[in-house]
Ligand binder design. Structure first.
Ligand SMILES: CC(C)(COP(=O)(O)OP(=O)(O)OC[C@H]1O[C@@H](n2cnc3c(N)ncnc32)[C@H](O)[C@@H]1OP(=O)(O)O)[C@@H](O)C(=O)NCCC(=O)NCCS
Length: 144
């Protein structure tokens, strides 16, 4: 049975699984170093959730909560399910869990971006109730 849970403690096996998932998210993703993984998990504003099959992490998603002068907002990043486990509702459950975590902490909304080419992801988010917001997304590259 697949379980969704927040990861609160770092271990090598989980980090190795996360690093196996990263290339499935982006060809450019670099493997996480142990110190970065620890800080991701420990940060008070990050909520790192994983889907486990037995002990093994087979999917992950991160919610970031931020406070601005206009309120608390959630941001979802790096949702990915291992290729062998797709189409079983894991992406849905991970996303629902993140939304619930944001609601629990009184966030006004949750935002994310997804390139149109990510067809499965865009279908998933729309089915979950995300509405496309017409805005310009800007990116200032600091690291290449
Ligand atoms: C996008 C991604 C995370 C989806 O994960 P997944 O586990 O395969 O998705 P699910 O099985 O939960 O959803 C599959 C389908 O069932 C639907 N679904 C699942 N559970 C559901 C439920 N309880 N109620 C209604 N619909 C449901 C989904 O919306 C989707 O619909 P579709 O058949 O029209 O595509 C996965 O394809 C992936 O990792 N892609 C590569 C990385 C990526 O693009 N990440 C997104 C970055 S923005």
């Amino acid at each position: 049975m697949i379980k969704i849970q927040q990861i609160r403690a770092a271990n090598k096996e989980d980090l190795a699984a996360v690093n196996r998932l990263l290339p499935q998210l982006s060809a450019d993703a670099r493997p996480m170093r142990p110190a970065d993984y620890r800080s991701l998990i420990r940060s008070k504003s990050n909520f790192f959730f994983a889907a486990r099959d037995g002990g093994k992490i087979v999917g992950m998603a991160t919610l970031v909560l931020m406070q601005t002068p206009t309120g608390w907002r959630g941001w979802i990043e790096d949702v990915v399910v291992d290729g062998e486990y797709r189409g079983r509702g894991i992406g849905w459950r991970l996303s629902k869990t993140l939304i619930a975590a944001a609601k629990k902490r009184k966030a006004m909304n949750v935002k994310l971006t997804s390139r149109p080419a990510r067809r499965a992801a865009n279908r998933l988010y729309r089915k979950l109730g995300f509405k496309r917001k017409i805005t310009n997304v800007y990116k200032f590259n600091i690291r290449y």
